[in-house]
Design a protein around this ligand. Sequence first.
Ligand SMILES: [Zn+2]
Length: 213
Amino acid sequence: MPTPLTVDPIRLAHGADAIADAARELAAFGWTPATSSNFSMRLDDHLAAITISGRDKGRLGRDDIMVVDMHGKAVGSDARPSAETGLHTQIYRRFPDANVVLHTHSRTQSVASRLFAREGRIRLEGWELQKAISGYTTHESVLDIPVFPNTQHMPELESRVDAWIDEGKPLYAYLIDGHGIYTWGKDMPETRRHLEALEFLIGCELDLRRLSP
Ligand SMILES: [Zn+2]
């Protein structure tokens, strides 16, 4: 018999507070409209804390965060995890260094995801702020953000993400068509930096399309 997974209450409380603080700020930016978006943090090798489905992300408390295992199953709670929980735990399974996943639905992310869906990616090149993404040290780098088709069938989306990773392409974030962005990092500050940089860069690409003759 495998031993049941136990939740460290102190680690959970710290994780929940960090998620709630970040969520409040991202909600204030207007990136989490109408209870959308979800946020998570790895607690240990087997467990992650994640926002409960349907809560206002600008007003999260510890009771709005639950624990799931690395396959998205609720642990020690009857609450319903977000339908997209599997996309978070996939990142934790595939990237051992990822400890935080942030998913938002900003207007910029949503519009860009529609516009670039046909190309299947947004290619970022020549922007100084690419250096905000870990591992990128120059504006001369090329940073591809894939745009995957939206679906309500999460295993389909997970297999597209797996296929991208299996091809050996670098992956720090992805967009879902008409939906929003997923990004991650080693801790909350790095993941926040990735999210803010990508929001800015994607907004710049949108402006270029708008202004180019
Ligand atoms: Zn979503």
